[in-house]
Design a binder for this molecule. Structure first.
Ligand SMILES: N[C@@H](CS(=O)O)C(=O)O
Ligand SMILES: [Fe+2]
Length: 218
């Protein structure tokens, strides 16, 4: 596998200095975004500039639509690219689809809204008023995120749930650093934890045989 492993119709590899610029020109904007995020996260693992990089992409490009695939059974995770530092995906939500209460496996999660309006609910344990503890959970914040805006969460901030805020479909662009192969799902009533492997509905714009997303009620 190349140093930069990214889903693309034409495989991208690092090339000798001199031709790198030409390769970048030939990339799709979403592939360039992946490369820009990779560079930023290697410079600063906390990704101080990730939000501005994502917002710049959102305001100038729409090739994320090429990755937009919905699944009637659950919210659909469509991978743009991944490597050891990050994974970048378009997540598509039909009205009524919702993620379970979950964490992010100790990683950074940035979620930009591409289309529609998202409702995000933060949860803490009632016993500790923090994202760490035991027993029932309580919703501590509910807010909406509109197209063009970027939300950010880590396990230190809260557990969360996302869903479309109204009866219109939603597309979000998620950047995880580092990649999350598995997360915790929480039963809100008891705080019981279940491990859930995270799969992809499409990779490199191609449907995958098995799709096992992070739960979802529909
Ligand atoms: N973290 C979730 C999507 S969301 O609800 O933030 C996932 O990657 O499946
Ligand atoms: Fe999440």
């Amino acid at each position: 596998m190349s140093a930069l492993s990214i889903a693309s119709s034409s495989p991208i590899t690092f090339s000798p200095v001199g031709t790198r610029h030409l390769e970048r020109v030939n990339m799709q904007p979403a592939e360039r975004l992946f490369q820009d995020l990779d560079k930023e996260l290697r410079r600063d693992p906390n990704g101080a500039n990730v939000i501005s990089i994502m917002k710049e992409y959102l305001s100038t490009h729409d090739d994320w639509q090429d990755y937009m695939n919905f699944n009637e059974h659950k919210y659909a995770r469509n991978l743009i690219g991944s490597n050891d530092m990050l994974e970048l995906m378009v997540i598509c939500w039909l009205p009524g689809q919702v993620s379970p209460v979950h964490n992010h496996a100790g990683q950074h999660c940035w979620a930009a809204v591409l289309e529609g309006v998202v409702e995000e609910t933060h949860f803490h344990f009632s016993s500790t008023h923090s994202p760490f503890g035991e027993g029932p959970l309580e919703a501590v914040d509910v807010h909406q995120v509109s197209a063009g805006d970027v939300s950010y969460i880590t396990d230190d901030i809260a557990l969360h749930v996302l869903k479309p805020a109204n009866d219109k479909r939603v597309a979000t662009l998620h950047c995880y650093s580092k990649p999350i192969a598995e997360c915790n799902i929480y039963c809100p009533c008891h705080g019981t934890i279940t491990k859930r492997k995270l799969g992809f509905y499409t990779v490199n714009k191609r449907l995958q045989d098995m799709y096992d997303a992070c739960g979802g009620s529909k």
